[in-house]
Write a new protein. Structure first.
Length: 387
């Protein structure tokens, strides 16, 4: 169902107003970029010359491609940019819920939400600017919509296509690396449940899976023969390491792997490939899953993709943070002996540590710690992680 006619008629007017705001914001940010004091390293409080030197050093660091979507991916990007500027994020465009879903349906453009989060994860901006881009309107026809989504929608309106809109937005926000939508085509994610019911739409899949009490058997996209962006394919080919996740297995990571030439590039590439397992299971999507089940899900859909490593958390969460997740039906994903044996049989090495970081009772990966592991793997220092 689309939004109502009344709401629909007001959104273009709102977007026009936002566009004028964006033009003014662009000029403000240009002036900010002109002030070299703006470019303060997140790691050091140093002189401008030292900062320039640091950026030159970071530009020689590993080429890392990260594939997925959702909050987990954007958090990892914040850690990776402290170690290298050679980062490419390939992001799903299968999202059809929330503010992104409204924009997708009303304006006929690709959903901007996951891409917005990844851009912000790689951006060099003041906290106020980040708050602005994450701000959600609380009233009126734009209620629930984020300013960042509207900014990207406005940029999409004044550029030739969505790829160009993302590129220009990244330039405005001084993004480290590249952010690519996995495809420019309008794809829809479907899931076939174990009871043979087919569910249409990314946001509907976990809801219907729970309602019908039937786990996901496999997912697929329509149209099936879509092409991924050439820049994304080239990034995979040139990468030192490709990282899958973290993120929702079937609704954030898998839609990217089902795009024809992205899947082919991953199958043919000889670079290292890492899967980062979620810390928690997700009701309606990976309920009851262990490490083995997550990896199985990937290999079931993409049997020719060779995974070299799995990064998994083995830390325990403090109970006050964990209780909320348990009430929602989520559980910790901790490596077990059966997982270790399974991975060993597949020739996949397991890296397990306490990767938990809890902020405001939300359980997340420690982005810096995980990023350091990824960089070490490229530098051929994996022995420290294995017994």
């Amino acid at each position: 169902m689309g939004i109502t006619t009344t709401t629909s008629s007001y959104i273009p007017i709102g977007l026009l107003g936002v566009l004028f705001i964006c033009i003014g914001l662009y000029q403000v940010m240009k002036s900010l970029f002109g002030d070299t004091n703006y470019f303060k390293s997140p790691l050091y409080n140093q002189s401008i010359n030292q900062q320039i030197y640091d950026k030159k050093i970071l530009s020689r660091r590993p080429k890392i491609v990260v594939i997925g979507g959702g909050t987990g991916l954007s958090i990892l990007l914040r850690g990776l940019k402290l170690f290298t500027t050679n980062i490419t994020a390939i992001v799903t465009v299968a999202d059809d819920g929330g503010g992104s879903g409204v924009i997708r349906e009303d304006l006929g453009m690709l959903p901007p939400g996951d891409i917005r989060n990844c851009i912000l994860g790689l951006a060099e901006m003041e906290p106020t600017m980040e708050k602005l881009f994450q701000y959600r309107f609380e009233d009126g026809s734009l209620k629930g919509q984020s300013f960042g989504n509207l900014f990207i929608a406005s940029m999409n309106g004044i550029t030739s296509n969505f790829e160009e809109a993302i590129k220009r937005t990244s330039e405005v926000l001084a993004v480290t690396g590249e952010v690519y939508p996995v495809t420019l085509e309008n794809i829809t994610l479907y899931a076939r449940l174990e009871n043979d019911t087919v569910i249409k739409g990314e946001s509907n899949i976990p809801i219907k899976s729970l309602e019908l009490n039937s786990p996901i058997d496999r997912v697929f996209i329509k149209p099936k023969e879509v092409e991924g962006l050439k820049g994304a394919v080239k990034a995979i080919e040139d990468a030192d390491i490709v990282v899958l996740g973290p993120g929702s297995l079937y609704t954030s990571i898998m839609p990217n792997l089902l795009v024809k030439n992205i899947k082919s590039a991953l199958e043919k590439s000889t670079n290292k490939k890492v899967y980062i397992s979620n810390i928690m299971t997700q009701p309606g999507e990976t309920h009851g899953y262990g490490i083995k089940d997550h990896v199985d899900g990937i290999l079931k859909h993409c049997p020719k993709i060779k995974l070299d490593y799995v990064i998994a958390n083995n830390g325990i969460v403090q109970m006050d943070a964990y209780n909320k997740y348990q009430e929602e039906g989520a559980q910790l994903v901790i490596p077990k002996n059966e997982d270790r044996k399974y991975l060993q049989k597949k020739g996949i090495r397991l890296i397990e540590e306490n990767f938990i970081e809890v902020k405001k009772n939300y359980i997340r990966h420690d982005a810096v710690k995980v990023s350091r592991v990824i960089v070490d793997l490229v530098a051929k220092k994996p022995k420290k992680y294995f017994i």
